[in-house]
Design a protein around this ligand. Structure first.
Ligand code: GLN
Length: 472
């Protein structure tokens, strides 16, 4: 049952020569085959084990990669019809770094089309199901990565987070998901959604595995001008810290908007932190209540510009019958993109159009500054900030599919960290009455992932649901 184990456990077994990476690969592949039609976590599974000749610390262990990042020679579809036949011609920097660290790859995971969504229901390749309850969504947009890790179809995975797409599915699937500080990890080779918000990060079974992967994928990259040259750290060294005296802010104004189970799980986590000797106090982010509205101006604006390149000429799908160039553009984009992507393109084009730019886009950028200021104020007084990752447990497939506004509100607690660039992790902190996992979000000041790892690993020692993951 190697597929049940964490990355750390498998690395130890390989070190002791008790197992080979091929054993792990076969165990995970069998699990995928066994669950294939039920979970649909993958857009594409690599059926052949390719040993990595690089003798890196990952010892050829298989990693799953969200299908909006390039692995040279493999398809990158972004779960969109418009890219369904596109083969990547280069490696994303994170993939290159994983290869240099000795990783192998098991497949590309499903996502909401172009990472736009919170449920993985907008994928051209069909929805992913939550392994805890197949009638529920796994969250999104990295729903394939989170469901794969939670269901034993991946040892660990890589996701991307623009407004919550690593943390929200991690929370709803009962696993760990980290969005690093904006600029910590290179975005080169990640298909851009909203460039000023997108960030790549790990989705894993536990906090230690997240630290191992962040060590590998982080760092300055000359091919991404927004990647930071701040020195990388060894984040595993923060894992067993004593956190007594750590100052924790609780963003508790939002709790009345959460389900009773989420409120209860937050109360339990506060108790755990107090028992660990932390100083816990309530804090406010007065402008965070505008974060969702702000995000739905900024993200679509950037998306409308980034998605301009899918025109039927440069990449992917082109309609067969058309009258002239303009007709080809219109028909290709109308039929190549799904509803949600087109909604975002229209919204983004509108807020950027002359006459509306000042009223919407510029105003949204100013508001983004105020939200960032709120975080600066909070982190002047506390080391970390905690909040729920999501207001509710996983909802039913189809339940919000026709209600974009309801869907957008699933990210109410995750979006502020993207707008203000700060790092944030989601770790399991409870199981609801309906037997679904709930997540705790821990945020820290920019480039203070050390505080996140200290706090998350101490919490995980007191409370974790590893033995309850749906792995049988
Ligand atoms: N759910 C949010 C959206 O639809 C965030 C997606 C993401 O982080 N990629 O835009």
């Amino acid at each position: 049952m190697l597929y049940k184990k964490t990355l750390r456990e498998l690395l130890d077994l390989i070190d002791k020569r008790e197992i080979t990476p091929k054993d792990v690969y076969s165990s995970v592949l069998n699990r995928i085959k066994q669950k294939e039609n039920k979970i649909n976590a993958y857009v594409c599974v690599f059926d052949e084990f390719e040993e990595n000749k690089v003798k890196g610390m990952l010892s050829s262990l298989p990693v799953a990669v969200k299908d909006n990042m390039h692995i040279k020679g493999k398809k990158t579809t972004c779960s969109s019809k418009i890219l369904k036949n596109y083969t990547a011609i280069f490696d994303a920097t994170v993939v290159e770094k994983l290869k240099h660290a000795g990783a192998s790859f098991i497949g590309k995971t499903n996502l909401d089309e172009f990472a736009m969504g919170s449920s993985t229901e907008t994928s051209y390749f069909g929805t992913t199901h939550n392994p805890w309850d197949l009638t529920k969504i796994p969250g999104g947009s990295s729903g394939g990565s989170a469901a794969a890790v939670a269901g034993g179809e991946a040892v660990c995975a890589i996701g991307s987070d623009t407004g919550g797409s690593i943390r929200q599915p991690a929370s709803l699937c009962g696993v760990v998901g980290l969005k690093p500080t904006y600029g910590r990890v290179s975005r080169y080779g990640l298909v851009a959604f909203a460039s000023s918000l997108d960030q790549i990060g790990p989705i894993t079974k536990n906090v230690e595995d997240a630290a191992i992967l962040l060590n590998i994928i982080g760092g300055k990259d000359s091919r991404d001008s927004t990647s930071s040259n701040i020195e990388m750290d060894d984040f595993t060294k923060y894992l067993n810290s004593d956190i007594s005296g750590l100052k924790i802010g609780v963003y508790d104004k939002v709790l009345p908007d959460c389900s009773a189970d989420v409120q209860q799980s937050m109360e339990n986590s506060i108790k755990i932190f107090k028992n660990l000797g932390c100083e816990v106090k309530s804090v406010d982010l007065p402008n965070a209540k505008y974060a969702v509205s702000d995000y739905y101006i900024i993200a679509p604006a950037e998306a409308s510009s980034n998605l301009e390149r899918y025109d039927g000429i440069k990449y992917g799908f082109r309609i067969d019958n058309y009258e002239n160039l303009k007709d080809m553009y219109i028909k290709t984009r109308s039929r190549g993109f799904g509803e949600e992507v087109k909604r975002r393109i229209m919204l983004g084009t509108y807020v950027l159009s002359s006459g509306y730019y000042d009223a919407y886009y510029l105003k949204a950028q100013k508001l983004r500054g105020l939200i960032k200021q709120d975080f600066d104020n909070v982190f002047a007084g506390v080391d970390v900030l905690i909040a729920p990752t999501t207001p509710t447990e996983a909802f039913g497939i189809g339940e919000k599919a026709d209600n974009p506004l309801q869907m957008y509100l699933s990210d109410i607690f995750t979006i502020p960290a993207n707008l203000s660039a700060v790092p944030a992790i989601s770790i399991p902190n409870g199981i609801s009455k309906n037997s679904l996992p709930l997540g705790l979000q821990i945020m820290a000041n920019t480039f203070r992932e050390d505080n996140i790892f200290k706090c998350a690993s101490a919490f995980e020692k007191e409370f974790n649901i590893l033995d309850k993951l749906p792995l049988d």
